[in-house]
Design a protein around this ligand. Structure first.
Ligand SMILES: Nc1ncnc2c1ncn2[C@@H]1O[C@H](COP(=O)(O)OP(=O)(O)OP(=O)(O)O)[C@@H](O)[C@H]1O
Length: 908
């Protein structure tokens, strides 16, 4: 009789017996099953090579296969009942790949070891329908048979643009299996994830992370021109993967060589399938042999042609994927309500005296509480983009706001990336700013939230930390029952530069974290995956040591200790909550300090969220103010209401923008009667021109009609249109002279109250506008209500002029003493103030010389130039939408966001 590969012989029969015996030996993890299979197979004896014996052998192998790969793992999928239960007690060790057919009428399921053992390769890729069928059926079997959540799958398929995995889309929608990647970048991301998965916990001892879950990477086809380096990474993963619960199914392996150097060896530790027509040859599984009677003899693979399983019926695939997704979602069907107190209990029933607490999620059926008190004062939260960080934070913040009265809890929120986490807490208005007083906001605000920084500058973050530090100073003498929670989202950006701001921010973080613990000031820091975290942790006396609570969302394992792999492979909507600084513990041991929680998506029901927000807002204590909102990417509108009017000395205060500080406040330039009350706007661009324009309009609005005279001059051509438009606008309310340089010279003697608004002062010819007359104006103008507000395009001309006007002259006038020195001797951005200085502006500040300009507003002037002019260090990074306001009298420099460009003058 002829078998498929040759005449049947006792030796061949022996090989069959050995094959089954080997398979049984491989099944170590299913000992009982294996024992049963082995005993079934041991009964096989060498038999005469007749058809009857062959049939009997096939029958026994069929029985063995049903023991090794029961249910979903081995059943013919086209006959599989749609009601067959999903999930099993343990990860499957064997899986069917097709039907072996040694004789025309003798068949048995071909079963290979995979999970727990090695990998599978096929020499053709997903473009071959037989390969696509095999991959889909193996994947379906494994997913259907694995315990829920135990098998994580990553798909790669370039040749069919991911179509191979299309039937599994419901799993992607549910967040169970990400959509397949289809290009080289995607492949690299998958390989990186797999490498992290197998990364030794401690490289020196080469011990491997051991996961409770298994990662299966299924490559249906490699991207075209996959680079040898990436192929080598696959090879390395194959070698190291199985011990770390990583397995590969790679179709199209080995890939066709591009050059002799790039030809790839078979993937180690894999069962290889070679396609023939119409059947396939199946090689030996790793470390064992289907066909060799003894391990030391070379294996020949399975001695029977195998007809690979076809793609499972679409309805079956669909049903299984939907069921798995539905189960997963059922577990996640909890809502934000499940984290809140019972509605019947009402709002704000808990006391913050001993600490704050809320429910952050559920571990199984059990709610998991987490809080802020002396034991767990601060939290560090990590997760990759899209991991649900905002969702987690929003749950926490609403949970706290529902439990504690605004008198017991104040929130400060800031994000530094382009995230949208906190827009949720910004009262709605198209421009992102707080509605006018009394207006019903489109989006109510939470009475607990004092300040929100959206896409905030690093300076804002530092200001927030300074404010908290100052609050802690206050609390040292006057304890305050109200707890403060400050959330800094993407905090590594605050520390991203190697500069003085980072140094100070680190110090403040340390101080706030250390002192806040017992003083009721708490922090949540969040971060995406970044090497900065490891670097921060490695610092001696790292402030992170003050953060015992670590919350790792998907991709956030680096907030845990490196040896703790509890967060590996977390699906969306889950987090590892660790209260021991991220420390792990023995595998399998109950870790009292660590829970895996599931948390709901608070935006899944926007109406419920809006209702809750409205409830919190409607119940706010009388007199509550909305949060101060700083939106980094918007120029704030000039305040609508009347400008702060005349100060006691009879001058006005011009507002140039918003100081980047906490609490937010306007940058005010007083125009009172003392010498030097003038403003220079410095910078080359049109933004400076716009600032001057806006300021002049705002000043016009502060005076009764006809009360002051405006003299407007454009001494550089580029500013003429602006000057003309401004003059026209101002003229609706006040007398205006639009003049040239000569007219300006004449106006220096203006007798009555007025403003000289000069665009392009650097264009003034000293012969036309004499320095001594300018000096007289700077010194004496304010006393008669005349102020200069002028724009210089370049700092050099300004410095020259100021040096010239500041030259000592016989005078007994003395500049007034500084009114306001920063208490800690630093200016608002932390640079040292005061001290002996030299330089242009310097001489302008010398006592006895009052011919000077008190206020300088820098736009787009490099830090060294500003420092040189001021004769002292400043911390300033010019960028669009930001200005530095320097007040000569107080020697303070403040970062300012200039108000939005005006469109028309106030018509009051
Ligand atoms: N518990 C959850 N269950 C299901 N989906 C969720 C859950 N939490 C968040 N999501 C969804 O995941 C997506 C990302 O969530 P979220 O915006 O909270 O992530 P993030 O980490 O803040 O992202 P980024 O850092 O990019 O802003 C959103 O579409 C959200 O609806």
């Amino acid at each position: 009789m002829e078998t498929w590969r040759g005449p049947t012989s006792p030796a061949a029969t022996l090989r069959w017996r050995a094959a089954a015996g080997t398979a049984a030996a491989l099944h170590r993890r299913a000992a009982a099953t294996t024992a049963a299979a082995a005993s079934a197979l041991d009964a096989i004896r060498p038999v005469p090579a007749d058809q009857r014996e062959q049939h009997e052998l096939a029958e026994r192998l069929r029985a063995a296969a049903s023991l090794l790969a029961p249910g979903w793992l081995g059943a013919p999928l086209d006959a599989q009942s749609e009601d067959a239960p999903l999930g099993g007690p343990a990860l499957p060790a064997f899986v069917r790949i097709g039907i072996a057919q040694p004789l025309d009428d003798a068949r048995f399921p071909a079963v290979i070891p995979l999970l727990g053992t090695g990998h599978l390769t096929v020499d053709a890729d997903s473009r071959d329908p037989r390969v696509a069928g095999l991959l889909r059926s193996v994947l379906l079997r494994l997913l259907a048979a694995a315990p829920a959540g135990a098998l994580l799958v990553r798909g790669v398929d370039s040749a069919t643009s991911g179509q191979l995995f299309a039937p599994f889309a419901p799993l992607a929608d549910a967040g169970l299996m990400p959509p397949p990647v289809t290009d080289r970048a995607g492949l690299r991301a998958v390989l990186t994830e797999a490498e992290q998965w197998v990364r030794p916990t401690r490289p020196t001892t080469a011990r491997y992370n051991r996961h409770d879950r298994t990662l299966l990477v299924v490559i249906g086809s490699l991207p075209e021109l996959t680079e040898p380096a990436d192929l080598a990474r696959i090879g390395a993963l194959a070698r190291e993967g199985p011990e770390a619960a990583l397995h590969l199914i790679v179709a199209g392996w080995p890939p066709p060589p591009l050059t002799a150097q790039t030809s790839q060896a078979p993937l180690s530790r894999s069962t290889m399938i070679a396609l023939r027509n119409p059947y396939a040859l199946v090689g030996d599984p790793p470390g064992a042999s289907f066909g060799s009677p003894a391990p030391h003899l070379p294996g020949t693979g399975l001695n029977a042609p195998v007809f690979l399983d076809e793609s499972p019926p679409v309805p079956l695939l669909d049903r299984v994927c939907r069921d798995l997704a539905a189960r997963f979602q059922a577990d996640y069907r909890r809502t934000l309500d499940d984290l809140l107190p019972e509605p019947s209990d009402g709002l704000w029933t808990e006391s913050a005296a001993g600490g704050l607490g809320t429910t952050v999620g559920h571990a199984g059926e059990r709610p998991v509480p987490l809080g802020f008190d002396e034991r767990t004062p601060h939290w560090l939260v990590g997760g990759r983009a899209g991991a649900g960080k905002s969702a987690f934070l929003i749950n926490v913040l609403y949970g706290l706001c529902a439990r504690y009265h605004p008198d017991e809890l104040a929130l400060y929120l800031a994000d530094f990336a382009d995230g949208t986490a906190f827009t949720e807490f910004v009262p709605e208005r198209a421009d992102g700013f707080l509605p006018e007083d009394g207006a019903e906001p489109g989006r109510p605000w939470l009475p607990h939230v004092r300040a929100v920084g959206v896409q905030a500058d690093r300076e804002y973050g530092l200001a927030l930390l300074r404010e908290l530090d100052a609050e802690l100073d206050r609390r040292a003498t006057e304890p305050d029952q109200r707890r403060i929670l400050c959330v800094l989202d993407e905090f590594p950006m605050l520390l991203a530069e190697d500069d003085a701001l980072t140094t100070e921010a680190l110090g403040r973080l340390e101080s706030v974290a250390r002192r806040g613990r017992s003083a009721g000031v708490h922090l949540i820091l969040t971060s995406g995956p970044t090497p900065a975290l490891a670097a921060l942790r490695a610092r001696r006396d790292s402030f992170l040591a003050q953060f015992p609570v670590r919350v790792a969302l998907p991709g956030g394992a680096d907030v845990l200790e490196p040896a703790n792999d509890a967060a590996a492979g977390l699906p969306l909507g889950t987090a590892v909550v660790n209260t021991a600084g991220g420390l792990g513990g023995p595998r399998g041991a109950t870790r009292g300090h660590e829970r895996m929680v599931r948390f709901p998506d608070p935006h899944a029901d926007p109406d419920a969220l809006a209702l809750l927000r409205h409830r919190l807002w409607a119940d706010r204590p009388a007199g509550s103010a909305g949060p101060a909102v700083f939106t980094g990417y918007l120029a704030p509108p000039r305040p609508d209401g009347p400008e702060p009017t005349a100060d006691p000395a009879g001058g006005v205060v011009a507002l140039v923008g918003q100081v980047v500080e906490v609490p937010l406040h306007p940058a005010a330039v007083p125009f009172d009667r003392s010498p030097g009350r003038h403003l220079a706007v410095l910078g080359p661009g049109s933004a400076a021109e716009d600032v001057l324009d806006g300021l002049a309009r705002s000043l016009a609005g502060q005076h009764a009609p006809g009360e002051v005279r405006f003299v407007v001059a454009a001494l550089v051509a580029e500013a003429e249109p602006t000057a003309a438009a401004l003059s026209a606008a101002l003229a609706r309310r006040h007398p205006v002279d639009q003049v040239d340089a000569a007219g300006l010279a004449a106006a220096l003697d203006l007798g009555g109250p007025g403003y000289l608004v000069i665009f392009g002062m650097d264009g003034a010819d000293p012969d036309t506008v004499p320095v001594e007359r300018l000096r007289a104006l700077l010194r004496d103008g304010p006393a008669r209500g005349v102020h200069l507000i002028a724009w210089w395009r370049g700092i050099r001309r300004f410095a020259d002029l100021i040096a010239a006007v500041a030259e000592p002259e016989p005078s007994t006038d003395r500049a007034p003493a500084p009114e306001d020195t920063h208490p800690d001797g630093t200016d608002p951005d932390g640079t040292e103030s005061g001290g002996a200085r030299s330089g242009g502006a310097e001489s302008a500040t010398e006592p006895g010389n009052a011919a000077t300009i008190d206020h300088l507003l820098f736009l787009d002037v490099p830090e060294p130039e500003v420092a040189r002019l001021l004769g002292r260090a400043v911390r300033w990074r010019p960028r669009p939408g930001r200005a530095l306001l320097y007040d000569r009298r107080t020697d303070r420099a403040s970062l300012v966001v200039p108000y939005a460009t005006p469109t028309e003058v106030s018509t009051r």
